[in-house]
Structure formats: C-alpha cells, structure tokens
Design a protein around this ligand. Structure first.
Ligand SMILES: Nc1ncnc2c1ncn2[C@@H]1O[C@H](COP(=O)(O)OP(=O)(O)OP(=O)(O)O)[C@@H](O)[C@H]1O
Length: 634
C-alpha cells in the first residue's frame, strides 16, 4: 500500500514546480538530469535549514568551520581511495546500450517489488530484505551472480542486461591552460577537512577532541539520477569530522542526550528480518549496539536537529550498516533514514571511520599527522629497538640504499615495526616500498635477520597516535525534500468558505519557513492610503531588523484566496491591514495552521513575530496576550 507521502506526491510535485521551490537546472534549454535550481522559496528554505544546522552543530558544539575548494588535485582523491574505489556498478539493456541502470538501485527496486507480493513466506521476506539492505555492498562477482539468480531484466523493455561493470562517479576536470594537472570536482566535502586537520589542530591549541565542519557542494556523476532532489549530480553536503583519541570515545555531554528515545534498526534486527525498535540512546550504547558514546551522541544530536526542522519522529529511524556493508576500517556506521514517497531514504550517514583518512593522507602526502599527547607523568615503556647486527645485515642487503632503509625501519611507529617483524617471521620475508631519495622509491624485501630487535625499557613523556574520526555527513537536499513531504497536507474543504476548494498547505515550522509573514491590505481602497504604506513599512522594517523576511500580497484577489496562496508556500503568519487599522494602527495576525487570528498594534508585530519564530513564545501565549480578532473583521 502506498504511504501517505506517495499519495501526496503528485500534488506536492506540482506545487513545488508552480511556486518555484525548485525546477530542473537549465530548464529552458531542456535541462540535464541530476541538476536542479532552487527558486526563491526553495532557496530561502535551504538557507534557513543550513543556518539552523550551523547553529545546532557549529555554534552549540563549538566546531570550527572551514571552506575548502570544490576542485581537488588527483593525488588527494587517489590517497582517499576515490580514484580507485568510488564506483557504482552499471548494467545496460542488451538491445539498447544507451539505457543504463545502477545495478544496486535496480536490485533494491526489484526486491522492494518482491516484498510487496501478497502472502510471502517469512523466509522469503527475510531473504529479500537482506538482499535489498546489502545491495550496495556486493562485489562485482556477487552482484552479477544475484542478477542471474533473480533473472533481473531491464525494467522498461524486459530485455536481458549486460554484466555489471564499475563506473567511477567522479567528474574529472583538467586544471590550467595546459590541462596537464589532473583534478576532479570533489565527491564529498569531508576530504577538505582531513587535508586541513593539522592546521585546525593548531588553532585548537593542539588539544583533542575537536570538530571541524564544512558545508558546500559535492559532485557525483550518478549513473541514473532520478527521484528529483534526492539523487542529484551536484548537491549540498554539511559534514563534520570529530577528531578524537581512539581510546577515549567516552563523552561527558553524552549524559545530556542519553535518555533520547530513538528508533534504531540494528544490523542484528535486520539480519533477523525484524523491525526497528525504539529505545534510548543511553541503553543502545550501554548494550554495545552503538559502538561508543561519541557516535551515540552525534546520532542523538542528529535526531534532535532533524525533528527540530519538521521531520516527523515516527518517520525517522537510524539504520545500522550490516557488517558486509561497512568499510573495512570503520568500527560502526548508522544512517539516519527518513520515510518519504521513495521509501526509507538515507539522509545522514554517521560513521566511526577510525584513523583511516588521516593515515591515508599522511602516507601519501608524506606529512606527519600523528597527534602527540603530553603525559602528566613520564612512563616507562617497553619498546622494540633494532639490534646492531640486524642493522649491519640490512646495510649489506640494500647496498647503496642501506643506510636510508635502516633509518626508515628505525623510525617506524612501534605497531608498524611489530607488523613488519611478524610478517617476515611468518612468511619468511616482508616487502615494503621505501622512499630512498626524493621522488625515488625502492621495493625492499626484508628477511627475518634484518629485523632482529631487542626489547628496551625507555622513559616516555609523550604518546603518539593518529586520531580517530566520527563523521556525521548530512545531505541537505534530501533533508529539505523530506521536510517538504512531512510538512505538506491538504486542508479539507470548508463549507463556510467562499471558494469551497481543497487547499494545499506546507506546515513549515516558523524557524525554517522561507518567509515568516505576509502583509495584506484588506483591499485596494486600504492599499491606496498613506496610512497603509506607513504601517506596512513599520512592520516590514521591524521584521527585517530581526532578520525575518516578509512578503506583501496586495493583489486584487479575495483575502481568502490570498491566505490560501500564502499557506501553500508555508508562510506561518499573515498580517492584514484593514479599515480599522487606518484609524487605530492595529492589525490582525493570522496563524497558518489554526487559521485563528488576534488583534494587536502594528508597532508590536515585529517583536511578536521574532519571538514566535525563535520559539520564545507560542501562538497560544500570543492568544492569551492579545484579543482574538473581533467579529466584523476580515
Ligand atoms: N546523489 C546525491 N544527491 C543528493 N544527496 C546525496 C547524493 N549522494 C549522497 N547524498 C547525501 O550525502 C549524504 C552523505 O553521503 P554518502 O557518501 O554517505 O552517501 P551514499 O551512501 O553514497 O548515498 P547513496 O548510497 O544513496 O548513493 C547522504 O546521506 C545523502 O544525504
């Protein structure tokens, strides 16, 4: 059965286009899939969501915000793994090679359809759910096998499909007039944060933990952009990297959120074919379902942010990645999924990525990104040190490069040295690439006799480690789309109303509404007066001073029609200037959802609007403070 969002989809799509929330990019030229332009209300809505995100995370969590470049040189994205691994599998219709499908999404759709079949046995439900949930985690061989098993075909033509082939999602862009410097449009904003971790750490007086955020565009050459704003080729991300000591992921402020109830869909529940459960984040961390307090804290804060901007809590869940879905280096990952007309949609990914990214960039850029923690008391530690004979054996074995290779081994961090020794002992040799001169590397084969070490006790006043990272990654456009869906409803016909029509309403909370108030003259006779101009100016400039945008609707349509038009773009308050206003400078203020009205002096409107938008007062309180609009008023 279609969910409520699916049933409203056509109406909402029409509204968004007609009122220019967004339209296809370059539409007058026919447009290209995957690119969208936000029109005035959509752009204002997006700006308000981003501003609230900044307040909720950057200000309240005291993060540092940076702005890195959209174009990044090849070595950065090579080191991050995007050049080699940022691919999706694509399949083509055998009879029409211009018809592409993204293999994992097609597989998800097929499983989704199967799950809708009537009278399915529990085993089948479990099987299809599992395949759907791990669709994007299959290897090329696995997905090919699965396509064969379920005989998946091109949805439109029913034709067979080609074998899945990897397709890199990055947009290459040669840099400079020679075009010889290879680069890419960034596929995520996160990499810019890792590149600048070292400089941000300095700004934080070399202390951990701390967080860095970035809001900006990301670019992915999606194989099959579809489903409007939710899968674009250019979209906005807001990402946080929270750098933390890997052994200290407990967080004092976790206590403040530990009793937050959250709908959690753990990997165990998914694998057992069960539904999500609602528990507190405190319980989830305590039981080990969520790996650590830092991760749990950001999950709870994400939930609070999403509901504060209008996502309905009963349509929000956190789904844990299945073990097969998770990157090998990650400790734990949860997606905040919001139910929309397209089903449960991943809108935020929250991952504990351990030290992978910093290690990768440290190695590739040959920059030391290790954190050195000063100890209060020096400690005596057992360390491995190369024996003299082993050093001599190494110098002999690596001839010209012997000294450099020996120094390289001596400088290795203890864990890496231990790993090297273990490998050489187990396999009889271990191969490593060593930089022996500027821009010159050598493949060195280490034998066990090159690596004989003794254990020494040494006093240490610092410990060294690469910080781990917890990464909440928000897709702003998907969030905006979900908020649109969760805010939309159709107001039933009101028989007393002169138009007797159903009316679309966007029930945006005032904090994100594109415009906060609309000012309406009762009719053109009022509009033509100097007093109207004076009152309108007073309220508009007062609201502007508080940072709130107002619109003016002085068309000749009836007041009822104008209210409906403004409800449709989600303006929470409408202020009407009528004949009485011309005499006593009072106006009526109408609240969109209840359609109730109060009467107050025009000079007090801006201050009340500000309090309502900042949630310092409620409409109920405003009604208690000011009289209801008396009969006879419009
Ligand atoms: N093509 C896109 N269009 C709009 N938003 C996107 C797109 N790809 C990713 N996002 C958003 O960015 C967030 C973080 O990106 P991430 O790399 O984790 O996504 P992803 O797992 O690759 O998404 P998907 O599996 O849906 O392609 C996502 O949760 C999503 O909200």
């Amino acid at each position: 059965m279609a969910n409520i969002f699916e049933r409203n989809r056509a109406e909402l799509e029409d509204l968004c286009k007609r009122r220019f929330f967004f339209r296809q990019g370059s539409e007058i030229y026919g447009g290209v899939s995957g690119f969208y332009t936000y029109g005035p209300p959509g752009c204002a809505l997006k700006t308000n969501i981003i501003n609230l995100w900044r307040r909720h995370f950057i200000i309240e969590e005291r993060l540092m915000e940076i702005e890195d470049t959209n174009i990044m040189p090849h070595p950065v994205l090579k080191a991050s793994g995007h050049v080699d691994r940022f691919s999706d599998f694509l399949v083509r219709d055998v009879s029409d090679d211009k018809k592409f499908y993204r293999a994992d999404k097609l597989l998800e759709d097929v499983m989704e359809d199967k799950l809708k079949e009537k009278g399915l046995a529990a085993e089948k439900v479990k099987e299809y759910t599992l395949v759907r949930n791990q669709a994007d985690a299959y290897s090329q061989e696995e997905i090919s096998e699965i396509f064969r098993k379920y005989d998946i075909r091109a949805p439109e033509s029913g034709n067979k499909l080609t074998e899945p082939e990897p397709f890199n999602l990055m947009f290459p862009t040669p840099i400079g007039p020679s075009g010889l410097i290879p680069g890419y449009l960034r596929p995520e904003t996160a990499q810019g944060i890792f590149l600048n971790y070292k400089f941000c750490l300095e700004q934080n007086q070399n202390r951990l933990p701390f967080g860095v955020a970035q809001v900006g565009k990301s670019f992915r050459n999606e194989i099959a952009p579809r489903q409007g704003l939710t899968r674009q080729r250019e979209f906005t991300q807001a990402e946080i990297e929270w750098f933390v000591k890997p052994t200290a992921k407990q967080l004092k402020k976790f206590e403040a959120v530990s009793s937050e109830q959250m709908m959690l869909f753990s990997s165990d529940l998914q694998l057992a074919g069960k539904s999500a459960e609602t528990i507190t984040i405190g319980e989830a961390v305590k039981s080990g379902m969520v790996n650590n307090e830092t991760l749990g804290y950001f999950m709870a804060r994400t939930g609070l942010f999403l509901t504060s901007i209008g996502v309905k809590p009963e349509h929000l869940r956190f789904r844990q990645h299945l073990p097969t879905e998770m990157a090998h280096y990650a400790c734990d990952c949860w997606d905040a999924e919001i139910e929309t007309c397209y089903g449960w949609l991943e809108c935020v990914g929250i991952a504990d990525r351990s030290c992978f990214d910093l290690n990768a960039h440290a190695k590739a850029a040959k920059v030391d990104l290790a954190f050195r923690e000063k100890l209060d008391q020096p400690i005596e530690m057992e360390v491995l040190r190369l024996k003299k004979d082993a050093g001599v054996a190494m110098m002999k074995a690596f001839k010209k490069s012997g000294r450099v290779v020996k120094e390289w081994v001596e400088k290795l961090p203890q864990e890496e040295l231990k790993a090297l020794i273990d490998e050489a002992t187990k396999d009889g040799k271990a191969v490593r690439t060593v930089e022996v001169a500027d821009d010159q590397t050598e493949e060195c084969t280490f034998l066990p006799e090159h690596l004989v070490c003794e254990t020494k006790k040494e006093k240490q006043s610092t410990v060294q480690f690469t910080p781990g990272v917890v990464e909440p990654s928000f897709g702003i456009d998907r969030i905006l789309f979900s908020v649109l869906e969760h805010s939309f409803y159709v107001r039933p016909k009101d028989e007393s109303d002169e138009e007797k029509q159903q009316k679309n309403v966007l029930r945006f909370s005032p904090n994100i509404a594109p415009y906060k108030m609309t000012i309406l003259p009762q009719d053109q006779r009022v509009q033509r007066t100097d007093k109207y101009a004076e009152l309108m100016q007073l309220m508009q400039s007062g609201a502007a001073l508080c940072g709130h945008t107002c619109t003016v609707d002085d068309s000749s349509a009836t007041l009822g029609k104008r209210y409906a038009r403004n409800d449709e773009v989600g303006i929470p308050f409408a202020c009407t200037v009528d004949f009485t206003s011309l005499e006593d400078s009072t106006v009526t203020l109408r609240e969109r959802d209840s359609t109730e009205q109060i009467r107050l002096p025009a000079a007090e409107v801006a201050a009340l609007l500000d309090q309502l938008c900042l949630r310092r007062t409620t409409w109920k309180d405003a009604q208690a403070r000011y009289p209801a609009r008396s009969a006879g008023y419009p």
